[in-house]
Design a protein around this ligand. Structure first.
Ligand SMILES: Cc1ncc(COP(=O)(O)O)c(C=O)c1O
Length: 394
């Protein structure tokens, strides 16, 4: 199916309604910046995905659609092959998005006022999901070390004593930490001791490097009975616009409660193109993914080396997973508004302000490296010019 040349190609997305490119002006009031923000890649999806969508599109009726056995089998086989986790068919609950699942899980397992732990800085919808449902936000702040962010386990233990739910992000966005087995086991012990339900957003699980492998949280000893794993092919294969994800919930009672919340929200059938895309990606997208990872690795190395040499007051933390780079800009001594202005208006680069990931992200910016090497080169050129000007003004 995808035997010819399945190399991801950088594609100009302007004029397609792309949030990342075409949504810049309305969302941020800037039109001439290079968009390196939302976690969305600028590369063609695997050939298998494109062909499957084209084939389905040829049939002229796009009515309500069932998920079908191929959908479940593709997920099961992907997890077994890639992560060595054998999932049962009935554990899989198809969904329209991981953020939706986070919200439904909060509704399903907690009441207003209940404590929910998030490890900040964190992907902003974690924070809004807790706040909008009027649950108590318990922040377990990560500690920044030279080699990346680490968990403050004493604080996690203390917060767990007043929590019902832990919203884990594994791998973690924005720190890019791929939690080690040792760290995950410590989290698991705490979850067990305090009887927490763990909702583990593992959407970035496929984007890891150098033979490293992420461990599904529910696959840790004793965790299947208290964990929901949330995943999707969206980040991995650049198909986020198809709004198709899934939850893996091994425990019957937790699954029933989740399904109830799903039904209460009036959700039912899936996205006709999302279903075929997921199946095609998980069955025919593996070779493409390996090439994609090589491109990210080279982009990330380029940005990190460039900054170390030319913009030394900006410190990119090591990238363990994802195509994102968490930049520690605190040495520049700018307030969060000034830092944003520096990137948006001086450098003309649109990155996510660290503070949007919670106060713990103050002084940081998040850069998305899932774009062409050429564009990154232009971006670094702009950054260096702005940086020099800033340095002269010191
Ligand atoms: C950690 C994390 N979870 C969820 C999402 C979004 O998932 P979805 O589009 O399926 O709601 C993102 C997107 O950036 C993310 O980084």
């Amino acid at each position: 199916m995808n035997s010819i040349d399945d190399t991801p190609r950088f594609v100009d997305r302007r004029g397609t309604g792309s949030s990342k490119w075409d949504g810049m002006e309305e969302r941020f009031g800037v039109s001439d910046a290079i968009p390196l923000w939302v976690a969305d890649g600028d590369f063609s999806a695997p050939t298998a995905v494109q062909e499957a969508i084209r084939k389905r599109a040829e049939h002229p009726v796009y009515g309500y659609t069932e998920y079908g056995e191929g959908f479940y089998e593709a997920i099961r086989s992907w997890y077994a092959r890639r992560f060595g986790w054998e999932i049962e068919r009935e554990w899989i609950v198809p969904e329209h998005g991981v953020v939706l699942s986070l919200n439904l899980a909060i509704e399903a397992y907690t009441e207003p006022g209940d404590g929910v732990i998030v490890q900040t800085p964190i992907y902003p919808p974690f924070l809004s999901a807790v706040k909008r449902h009027k649950r108590k936000l318990l922040e377990n702040r990560l500690v920044v070390e030279e080699n990346g962010c680490v968990i403050d386990f004493d604080d996690l233990e203390a917060k767990a004593a007043e929590a019902k739910l832990l919203l884990l992000c594994s791998p973690h966005n924005p720190s890019t930490r791929l939690w080690s087995e040792g760290e995950l086991l410590r989290i698991a012990e705490i979850a067990e001791r305090h009887d927490l339900i763990v909702v583990s957003d593992e959407i970035h699980a496929d984007i890891v490097y150098r033979g490293e492998r992420y461990i599904p949280f529910a696959d840790l000893p004793g965790m299947a009975g208290r964990t929901l794993v949330l995943h999707a092919p969206s980040k991995t294969f650049h198909i986020a616009g198809l709004n198709t994800s899934f939850a893996v919930i091994p425990d019957d009672s937790l699954r029933r409660r989740y399904r109830l919340a799903h039904e209460r929200a009036g959700l039912d059938n899936g996205n006709v193109f999302g279903i075929v895309a997921l199946e095609a990606a998980y069955t025919g997208g593996e070779a493409w993914l390996e090439k994609m990872l090589e491109i990210y690795e080279s982009n990330i190395a380029y940005v990190r080396e460039f900054m170390a040499e030319r913009t030394p007051a900006i410190h990119p933390l090591p990238v363990e997973a994802t195509y994102l780079i968490w930049l520690d800009c605190r040495e520049m001594g700018l307030g969060d508004e000034e830092l944003k202005k520096f990137f948006y208006h001086e450098a003309k680069l649109l990155l996510n302000p660290g503070v949007s990931f919670g106060e713990a992200g103050s002084g940081f910016m998040r850069l998305n490296a899932a774009t062409s090497g050429e564009l990154l080169k232009e971006a670094m050129g702009r950054l260096e010019t702005a940086y020099r000007k800033w340095k002269e003004g010191q």
